[in-house]
Design a protein around this ligand. Structure first.
Ligand SMILES: *[C@@H]1O[C@H](CO)[C@@H](O)[C@H](O)[C@H]1NC(C)=O
Ligand SMILES: *[C@@H]1O[C@H](CO)[C@@H](O)[C@H](O)[C@H]1NC(C)=O
Length: 488
């Protein structure tokens, strides 16, 4: 096998194309009549049955829904009716829509079948799901994906291009504890809500503690990250918001659980510990449902449950060592900003990145480097366009894509561990996660295929400047089971 071995398996990720039928369907200019025309079987059959879970889904299906609700408030205020409002089931107890966005970190698509998950399945059966999973953005890492969900932007445009990285201009480092606004670009949902004088609440979400616009992590509505807080306490805090007088109930709330990512890293995706973690997550969803029912608001509240990425088993037999390339080129550790799975190299300015890439690939494809055919190195501009991973100074000039489940290390330390990892190409099925929706605007008893496209601009990501790209906060949701376009 040659370099082709690194190519992702042929899962159907649709390359966005501004001129194709699906995109024109999703145009901002699409009005109701266009949507109706689009509903003709002749035009939509392909769309209906082709799984159009494009990368745009990962670009925050959740955002779209949250904002959909939020926007409907605005729409109501402006005496503007949209199809969304007509279709939605009326609220019975709440006086405004509420969205709870739940993230279960590292919830690989398929985990929901490992063990009985009656509560998660109650949401699915009376709501909807992405039947073949949610495709995360590349890199399939926690911070980039959570912040894409919150902003609807690809990492290159929201700035969180990895869990850790260096600002090449200022020279300072971003870590998962960095709350300075300079790192966090784009406009997260909670900021949009705060800027409109409405209430949001975050019980953990990457970026939620950062001051943005009128959002300044308000006391009692924004929990500072503390992984020791028991999951049950997190659920109960969210439930307590529903005991406030109706106007004070936040319209949007987040809830975050570190599991099953935590176990997945330690033992890989196929261990009984994962099964236990899934049972626990299901019990927490049950606790939430029960609490909402007790308050008579379960049917009024929209619950969106997502993960941020999947998980794949890794073992130390499956490694590529950079030192093995030394006959072709020396890669000093100082050049390497991240090893695995997102190999990120920033050579000093007197070195030619394209020469480095050429020499590395020469070595990797020589047949003389162990697992050399499992890594391919690119100038970031030359990465597959579907990854949208180049248009930021923060992304180092050289990026390596490694085969599923493989690791990259500097040298052979003869470590023997096996565990799990993520961060790989988002075309790998193992990187997929879940999308589940339940609430007044989700079709009931579904099993229909949802297609959720957040922004027309996603299609033009590579040709837009980051500034223009932030314009995407006019998302469009297209539900192909009952074709309609909701514009706001
Ligand atoms: C599903 O929704 C219907 C209609 O609101 C409701 O009567 C039923 O109890 C729900 N079933 C479950 C399991 O939640
Ligand atoms: C984090 O949460 C734990 C458990 O609730 C608590 O004991 C601890 O004081 C918290 N830490 C901080 C810094 O608030």
């Amino acid at each position: 096998m040659g370099i082709d071995a690194v190519k992702p398996s042929p899962v159907p990720i649709k390359e966005e194309n501004s001129s194709n039928q699906s995109t024109s369907l999703l145009s901002f200019d699409t009005d109701i009549s266009t949507a109706t025309t689009a509903a003709e079987p002749s035009t939509t059959t392909v769309l209906l049955f082709s799984l159009l879970l494009s990368t745009c889904i990962a670009l925050s299906a959740a955002v779209a829904f949250a904002i959909l609700f939020f926007s409907s408030i605005r729409s109501t205020n402006h005496h503007h009716t949209s199809t969304a409002i007509q279709i939605a089931r009326p609220l019975t107890k709440l006086t405004h829509p509420v969205v709870i966005l739940i993230s279960s970190d590292g919830f690989r698509f398929g985990y929901q079948f490992k063990t009985p998950t009656p509560n998660i399945h109650r949401l699915i059966n009376n709501g909807t799901e992405a039947e073949t999973g949610l495709i995360p953005v590349y890199p399939t890492l926690t911070f980039p994906n959570h912040y894409s969900i919150a902003t609807g932007l690809y990492p290159a445009y929201h700035g969180i291009i990895n869990n850790k990285f260096i600002d090449p201009i200022a020279g300072d480092s971003f870590t998962m504890a960095s709350h300075e606004p300079k790192w966090w670009l784009g406009e997260p949902i909670w900021e949009t809500i705060a800027n409109h004088g409405l209430k949001a609440a975050t019980y953990f979400w990457p970026g939620s503690e950062v001051k943005k616009g009128l959002w300044d992590c308000p006391v009692n509505y924004c929990a500072p990250y503390n992984e020791s807080v028991p999951f049950e306490e997190r659920v109960d805090t969210v439930l307590n918001y529903f005991d406030l007088p109706n106007p004070d109930i936040p319209i949007f709330m987040t809830l975050y659980f570190e599991d099953p990512d935590h176990q997945g890293h330690q033992v890989g995706p196929d261990d009984p510990q994962i099964t236990e973690a899934i049972s626990h997550i299901d019990a927490l969803i049950g606790r939430l449902i029960k609490g909402l029912e007790k308050r008579g608001v379960f049917e009024d509240v929209t619950i969106i449950m997502v993960g941020d990425h999947g998980m794949v088993g890794t073992c130390d037999q499956k490694v590529i060592f950079l030192d093995d390339l030394s006959s072709w080129i020396n890669i000093p550790t100082q050049w390497v900003k991240d090893y695995t799975p997102v190999l990120s190299i920033r050579p000093p300015s007197d070195q030619s990145p394209s020469e480095i890439v050429a020499k590395m690939n020469q070595g990797l494809s020589s047949g003389k480097v162990k697992n050399g055919d499992k890594l391919k190195v690119y100038l970031k501009e030359d990465l597959p366009k579907r990854l949208h991973y180049w248009d930021s100074d923060r992304i180092p000039p050289i990026i390596g894509l490694v085969a599923e489940g493989f690791k990259i290390e500097q040298k052979d330390l003869e470590s023997k561990e096996c565990g799990g990892s993520h961060g790989y190409d988002n075309a790998f099925f193992s990187m997929r996660t879940i999308f589940i929706g339940h609430g007044p605007r989700f079709p009931r008893g579904s099993f229909q295929q949802w297609v959720i496209i957040i922004c027309k601009e996603c299609a033009f990501a590579s040709s837009l400047t980051p500034f223009l790209y932030q314009e995407m906060h006019k998302p469009i949701i297209n539900l192909l089971d009952v074709p309609r376009t909701i514009e706001f």
